[in-house]
Design a protein around this ligand. Structure first.
Ligand code: ADP
Ligand code: MG
Length: 700
């Protein structure tokens, strides 16, 4: 049977070459199948309206019906905008557009009746709606016969050629009869039953043109579940295949290095969580399979030590170990703390970064090749081809979110038998994201801080209380404590940021003058050796205040520092704020984090600040972050690793994801090859999906 879903979109009645090209370019719809997957992003109950007087908050979108008055083009250049008033029996509200003006203006007729949908914003004591969806009431009423009207996303260009939401709806309507029978069931009968009994084809139809709310809910649940289920199934299947194919080095014994260190050199008792995780890692590395483990633990939870113990196991089995850090500062810090831990033990630890001098690098690489270096710590420099190990057995990667899958692969290629991999991250990843991104990894969590950590008191202050804040800093410094004052990132291009830091440095220097006090400064545009010198002065306690940009974000450890002041805190992301706060609370009796902002804050800014004030739990913070920014932004460069979702939403459908994951696991555990006739639809769909994937894998 030729695959009707693969038919080019041009061949759909009502499309043709011109619109076909628009659909392709503007909406990424190239085939019948793509159009089917272009689900409505919401449904309008066309029979219900809000009254203008009921617009009382910014939280809820409203559907209004009224007469359009005072359609005006106002402002110049950048500020140019189209405004209008919508008047109903209860009042009037301003509508405003900043884009698409040329296309909109001729459509909007003063005195005409319109239906408007959008989210209100409060501006200068009045609500307005920016970029509302708008439609003439007359055409609106034609659609009111089907109460739940699908709304499709589209673009201005496509709309201008009749491919507005309604136009797309028409195409879908034309398409549905043609794909009848081409949408085979992908789930087992049992699962379909659990999800409310709607078959695949029926659910797809219903999602585009719902008969009623209850059926729509069932359809969406089923389709979302299906999406999430197959992502999980693929991840679990990949893991299964990996474990079959890839043999790992077997680290059979825990020997000399580990035991000596553990009994004689460990400066403190491991926390329960650290012990549990070390055990998990030992078990992995002894299993004969290659370890791929993600270690999540909040700032200060003691991941470095876990990494070190794991590396010692590698050494005990005659292998070398490597530790990769995302920045030079962090690599140095790891190198120092590991060297300190290992003092007196016959273990050779070396550091390799971009700034390692040529002569030193040469001798280092030689020693590494013949196995005279046991542990190599470093930055991206470790990935270079000339870095050759004698027998690399374990790679520890710190701060996973800055390393991509490609880098992981590169490290693995440095040994005949792929080394075990331990990925550590101090940025807790929301559970739902971890499940979709790292479902092929095993996950360990250190959910306990070493004893004696004091909570960090976090407050929000505005510029108006700057003097009081400075007085507080003085009182802490007079107690012998040290203070960080952090400014937003200095980029090459952002001169104003640099000015902010310099101004801040000056006013702090004035408030805390020599010789009684000393203020230091570090930022990204300083030469590395100057930066290191300043950091070292602060670490030794020679400066009381360190004015800095986010270069100090990760890793820096000065236990005597008790206050973290963040300037323009609203400009930082939540995970950054959390990292910054983690720089204090490491030694002092009481520690503080002071978040400084201007008087006015946007919604997101306010949520970020209040979240920081409310909780210190990195996982809770990451969940809020996910809700604010969405999965793509959170993962930054990693977003390419995120599967494309058509319907499901990792934030809103977290529960369904959990369900899909358990179901995928249950299914595969019971029937690893999906050979059971009941699972035939699942097996067929999965094989189809993995086939596509494998092709991509080979290209990439
Ligand atoms: P992170 O997880 O942020 O990398 P680190 O490994 O840097 O945390 O540990 C933070 C601090 O806690 C370090 O000074 C480390 O020596 C110390 N530490 C680690 N484990 C323990 C423990 N079990 N008891 C006491 N202190 C510990
Ligand atoms: Mg660390």
């Amino acid at each position: 049977m030729p695959d009707v879903l693969a038919t080019e979109i041009e061949f759909l009645k009502g499309v043709g070459p011109q619109r076909g090209e628009l659909l392709r370019k503007e909406l990424g719809i190239g085939t019948f199948g793509d159009l089917l997957l272009h689900y409505p992003f919401r449904y309008v109950d066309r029979t219900r309206f809000n009254a203008v007087k009921d617009v009382v908050d910014e939280e809820n979108a409203v559907q209004l019906r009224g007469t359009l008055k005072q359609v005006r083009m106002v402002g110049e250049k950048q500020a140019r905008r189209l405004t209008a008033k919508l008047v109903d029996a209860t009042g009037s509200i301003e509508l405003v557009w900043f884009r698409g003006l040329r296309w909109l203006q001729p459509i909007l007729k003063e005195g005409g009746e319109y239906v408007v949908y959008g989210k209100p914003t409060l501006y200068r004591d009045h609500f307005n709606i920016a970029h509302p969806e708008i439609e003439a009431a007359a055409t609106w009423d034609e659609g009111a016969a089907t109460p739940l009207q699908p709304v499709y996303s589209t673009t201005e260009k496509a709309s201008a050629k009749g491919l507005n939401s309604r136009g797309i709806g028409k195409l879908v309507r034309a398409l549905l009869p043609q794909v009848h029978g081409a949408l085979p069931e992908t789930l087992s009968k049992a699962i379909v039953q659990q999800l409310g009994g709607m078959g695949r084809e029926e659910a797809v139809m219903e999602a585009h043109f719902p008969q009623d709310q209850q059926r729509l809910d069932r359809a969406l649940k089923r389709l979302k579940f299906e999406e999430l289920f197959f992502i999980q199934l693929q991840l679990l299947k990949q893991k299964q295949l990996l474990e079959q194919d890839v043999k790992g080095n077997v680290f059979t014994h825990v020997g000399e290095h580990f035991n000596t260190f553990y009994s004689n050199h460990l400066p403190f008792e491991l926390t329960g969580a650290q012990k549990r995780v070390v055990k998990e890692i030992r078990k992995d590395m002894g299993s004969g399979k290659q370890m791929n483990r993600l270690l999540q633990g909040d700032v200060g939870s003691g991941k470095t030590l876990v990494a070190l113990l794991s590396m010692l196991i590698a050494l005990d089995n005659g292998f070398q170990a490597a530790m990769l850090a995302p920045t030079e500062i962090l690599a140095q810090q790891h190198f120092k703390s590991i060297s300190r831990f290992l003092e007196g033990l016959p273990v050779v630890v070396r550091l390799l970064t971009g700034s390692t001098k040529a002569a030193e690098r040469k001798s280092l690489l030689k020693a590494l090749h013949v196995g005279e270096v046991h542990i190599l710590v470093g930055t991206h420099a470790l990935l270079e081809d000339r870095v050759v190990f004698q027998n690399l057995g374990l790679v520890v990667i710190d701060e996973q979110h800055r390393f991509g899958v490609a880098q992981r692969a590169k490290m693995q290629a440095k040994a005949a038998v792929p080394p075990h991999v331990l990925v550590m991250t101090a940025t807790p990843i929301p559970r739902t994201l971890a499940m979709t991104l790292y479902g092929d990894l095993d996950v360990s969590v250190i959910d306990e801080l070493p004893p004696g950590r004091k909570p960090i008191r976090t407050v929000h202050r505005t510029d108006s209380s700057r003097n009081a804040v400075f007085d507080f800093l003085a009182s802490e410094i007079d107690k012998g404590r040290q203070v960080y004052v952090v400014y937003p990132l200095v980029e090459e291009s952002e001169k104003s940021d640099l000015k902010d830091v310099m101004d801040g440095f000056e006013s702090l220097s004035r408030r805390f003058p020599l010789p009684r006090y000393a203020v230091g400064i570090v930022h990204g545009r300083m030469a590395p050796d100057v930066k290191d010198y300043e950091m070292a002065r602060f670490a030794k306690g020679e400066t009381n205040v360190l004015v800095a940009t986010t270069v100090i974000e990760v890793g820096v450890d000065v236990p005597n520092a008790s206050v973290m002041v963040v300037e323009n805190a609203e400009r930082f992301g939540l995970s950054q704020l959390h990292q910054l706060r983690g720089r204090v609370g490491r030694g002092a009796e009481h520690s503080y984090c002071i978040l400084m902002t201007g008087g006015k804050l946007g919604n997101d800014g306010r949520t970020r600040i209040s979240t920081m004030v409310r909780t210190q739990d990195g996982f809770e913070i990451s969940e809020v972050d996910l809700r604010l920014r969405g999965p793509g932004d959170i993962m930054g460069t990693q977003q390419s690793g995120l599967p494309q979702l058509h319907l499901a939403d990792l934030v809103q459908d977290a529960d369904l994801l959990q369900q899909a994951r358990s179901m995928a696991r249950l299914t595969l555990d019971a029937d690893p090859e999906l050979k059971d006739p009941d699972n035939a639809p699942i097996g067929a769909a999965l094989r189809e999906q993995m086939k596509e994937k494998a092709v991509w894998g080979r290209i990439g």
